[in-house]
Design a protein around this ligand. Structure first.
Ligand code: AP5
Length: 207
C-alpha cells in the first residue's frame, strides 16, 4: 500500500504516520526528517536545505524530488511506503506520478489557530517521536530516553511563514489527487486517537 499524508504544518502528519507504521508496518518517509538528519550530519544537502527551512520556505523541487526518487528505490519501500511532507508542490506531485502508483492520499485538515498552538508546544526527539507540552512535561523521550528539543522552525515567526506557504501551494495538489479519485479528507482538529480511528477505517478498506 502506497500512501501520501497531506496537511498543514502541525496538522498531525507525523503523529498519524507513527501510528500507521506501528499498526500496519508501512515504511514512513518524511522529507522533513530526511533534511533534519542531513543537517545533523552536516552534509552539503543539509546545509542547503537549512537555509530554506529556517525561513519557513520550501526547499527547491529538484533537490526534494532527487531525494524521494532515490529513497523509493530502496528495498524497504518495495512493499509499500507512506510519504509525509511530500509532495508539497504540483511539480513534486507530477514527478511522483512518474515514480510510483499511489493508493490513497489522506488529507488531514486542521485550522490555523489549532496548528499554531500545536507547533508552539511541540517537543521532538531524534528517534522520530514527538510530544506536546500540554500533555507531556518531561524533557526526555518516553520511547528511547533521548533529550527532547524544540525544532528550529517551530518559532512563532517561522511557523507563520510555513502556514502561509502551505496555504499558497496546497490548492493544486488537492485538485490533482481529487482528479485521480484517491483523495480522502479527514478532520484533523480532533484528538490523535480519534483521527486515527478514521485512518484505520480507510486503510482497512483498501487492504
Ligand atoms: P516537515 O518536517 O515536513 O514539517 P511540516 O510539514 O511543517 O509538518 P510538521 O512536522 O511541523 O507537522 P506534522 O503535521 O507532522 O505534525 P506533528 O504530528 O508533528 O517540513 C519541515 C520543512 O522542511 C519545510 O518547512 C520545508 O522547508 C522542508 N521540506 C520538507 N519537505 C519538503 C518538500 N516536499 N518540499 C520542499 N521543502 C520541504 O504534530 C505537531 C504537534 O501537535 C505535536 O506536538 C503533536 O504531539 C501534536 N498533535 C498532532 N496531532 C494532534 C492532534 N490530533 N491533537 C492534539 N495534538 C496533536
Amino acid at each position: 500500500m502506497n500512501i501520501i499524508l497531506l496537511g498543514a504544518p502541525g496538522a498531525g502528519k507525523g503523529s498519524q504516520a507513527n501510528k500507521i507504521t506501528e499498526r500496519y508496518g508501512i515504511k514512513h518517509i518524511s522529507t522533513g526528517d530526511a533534511f533534519r538528519s542531513n543537517i545533523a550530519q552536516g552534509t552539503e544537502i543539509g546545509l542547503y536545505a537549512k537555509s530554506f527551512m529556517d525561513k519557513g520556505q520550501l526547499v527547491p523541487d529538484d533537490v526534494v524530488v532527487r531525494i524521494v526518487e532515490s529513497r523509493l528505490k530502496e528495498p524497504d519501500c518495495q512493499k509499500g511506503f507512506m510519504l509525509d511532507g511530500f509532495p508539497r508542490t504540483l511539480a513534486q506531485a507530477e514527478a511522483l506520478d512518474k515514480l510510483a502508483n499511489i493508493d490513497v492520499v489522506l488529507n488531514i485538515q486542521s485550522t490555523p489557530e489549532i496548528v499554531m498552538k500545536r507547533l508552539a508546544g511541540r517537543r521532538s526527539c531524534a528517534c522520530g517521536a514527538c510530544y506536546h507540552t500540554s500533555t507531556y512535561d518531561k524533557d526526555t523521550c518516553e520511547k528511547c530516553g533521548g533529550k527532547l528539543y524544540i525544532r528550529d522552525d517551530d518559532k512563532p515567526e517561522t511557523i507563520k511563514n510555513r502556514l502561509d506557504v502551505y496555504a499558497k501551494t496546497i490548492g493544486p495538489i488537492i485538485d490533482f489527487y481529487e482528479g485521480k479519485g484517491i483523495l480522502v479528507t479527514l478532520n484533523g482538529d480532533r484528538s490523535i486517537s480519534d483521527v486515527f480511528e478514521d485512518v484505520k477505517r480507510i486503510l482497512d478498506d483498501i487492504n
